[in-house]
Structure formats: structure tokens, C-alpha cells
Design a protein around this ligand. Sequence first.
Ligand code: UDP
Length: 331
Amino acid sequence: MRVLVVGGAGYIGSVTVSELLESGHEVTVFDNMSTGHREAVPAKAQLVSGDVRDEAALAQLFSSAKLDAVIYYGGLIAAGESMQKPGLYFDHNVSGVITLLNTMVAHGVLRFVFSSSAAVYGEPEAVPITEDQPLRPVNPYGETKAAIERLLRWYDSQCGLRHVSLRYFNAAGATANLGEDHSPETHLIPIVLQVALGQREYVPLFGSDYPTPDGTCIRDYVHVSDLAEAHLLAMQRCKVGSGVYNLGVGHGFSNLEVIEAARRVTGHPIPVRNEARRAGDPVALVASAEKAKAELGWRPKITALEEIVASAWRWHRSHPHGYSGAEEGRR
Ligand code: UDP
């Protein structure tokens, strides 16, 4: 298939692009390069710089490329930041996606895989979380994902747009060449590993008085290669219909357990400093991924936390300053 990957220069997007190419698909990456990395886009993919909020740029792209499907990874992703800048999140993650969807419909491209998030659930009623739980986001980031999921139902029934929304839990880990490089970094595992690399003095631990066994939040970490694999399956699924799927391994780890795992993997003491809770953080997010397994045939392969952290550690050691400093790190 000829696939457009919006946000394909980013963390999960780039791993998906690489898997798409390996499976024989033709790939165009559309990325505004605000957080993406040119070095993360394989040479066999065509890279077009542009923003989904730019209607003219999208129209030009869709007129020149004959596309079969679109996978969307674009948008802003930091739940904490979205509490400070809700309007910015609504602009990128809602307006931008609407422009993209309208362009797709206008050009008859009717298969769409959407990166959603566990953040749509807010504080879940029960864990593990099944897809039928109510959508009650507790931060604007989750609200943007829930809004697009709701709109997609109408694009499906009224415009014939077949879509799969993938609700990621916590993406983590790396492949040999592709890893997580955000600036500024806000995610727990890369921050922990930056401490192990000596780039930070300590991990700021946001909240140690949550109602969990060790007082810290619980998350379900899913390896980036397994997430990427789910997108290929979702693209096939769009041929027969639309759906919404959780992607997690079904097991939660507390923030302190993640730090402990990183201490074992890196051999570094990784000091921690207790800080206030971060606004907009749900207490525990753990997936039931039974539906993705049953309907998509998804089988996550790298499910042990230590293995996930070890893969990230290998990448961070070979890229201590991310993509821009990759050569320096390899010397
Ligand atoms: N966290 C933390 N210190 C950090 C970064 C994150 O204690 O420097 C916590 C955060 O408050 C949350 C968990 O780690 O409880 C996972 O946060 P992350 O930003 O990695 O992912 P999210 O679950 O928000 O998507």
C-alpha cells in the first residue's frame, strides 16, 4: 500500500515507518519537524515537511501522491504541558486532525489509523481498562484524543472513512537505531536514563502519596516495536471496518518500580527527589488488550519491563544526546 505517515519523524512514527518499509509498503512521511528528527526517517521513505493545519500543503500532497491509507502520529503529546496550554493542544490535535480528515475525504483516501491514548479514560472506573469504559479525560491532551475519536464515528457513517483508533498506554523502549528523543524530555523512562548517563542529578518523582502500594502512579509500558506492529495490523483492519483498541501489556508498574528496574539495568544508583504531584496525572492506567489480541491478532513480544528499559538504555547509551549527537555518542 501507499501509506502517508503523519508525524513519521517522531518516536513511534519512525519505528512504524521502518516496519512498513520492511513489509513492502511505500511510505511518505509528513512532519512539521517541530519535534521530529530527519535522522529517524529511513532513506527509503519520502519526507515532506509540513503541518496538518496547513490546508494548502495537505491538498498539494494528496493531489500529487496516490495514497491508500493514512497513519496519524502528529500532534502534541505531553499531558502535563497540556494543562498549561490547552488551546495549543486543541489547535494542533483537534483542528489539525480535522483538516487532515477533510482532505482525506475530499481525495477519496478512506483508511485512517489514529494514535489515540489511554489518557481518554481519565481516572478509570476499574483496571485493567476495557475499551467500553467511559471517556472522561482529566487533561486537555486526553480531551483532544477523545474528541477526535468521537468525530471519527461521523466521518465513518457519513463519509465512509474506515478508521482504527489505537489507545496507547505508555510507549517505551527502542530498536537498535530508533529511540525516544524529546526536547525538553518529560517522560519517565528517558528521564531516569538521563540520570544514569550523568546528564541529570536526580529523578523528580511527581507524587508519592497516591493510593497505590508504594504511593506512586502506575502505568502500563508497551514496547515501541509492538506498538508499531499494531499499526500495520490496524491498517489491514480498516479494509473490513472501524474499531477502537487498547494497546498495553496488561500489567502495571509503579514509577518507583520503573526506577528500580532502571537501577538493575544500568547499575547506576539513580537518585530520586520527591516532588509534588504533577497536575492531570491519573493514578493508575493499565490496559486490557484482549480486544486487540482477538480482533487484530496483535501479540506484543517484548513485555518484560526490564527488557523494555534495557532496549531504551542501549539506545540512550549509543545516542547520549539524541539524534543530533548520535555520531558523538558512537565514537
Ligand atoms: N514522572 C515522574 N517524573 C518525571 C516524569 C514523569 O515522576 O520526571 C511520572 C509522571 O508523573 C507519571 C509517570 O511518571 O506518574 C509517567 O509519566 P510520563 O510523562 O512518562 O507518561 P504519561 O503517563 O503522563 O503519559
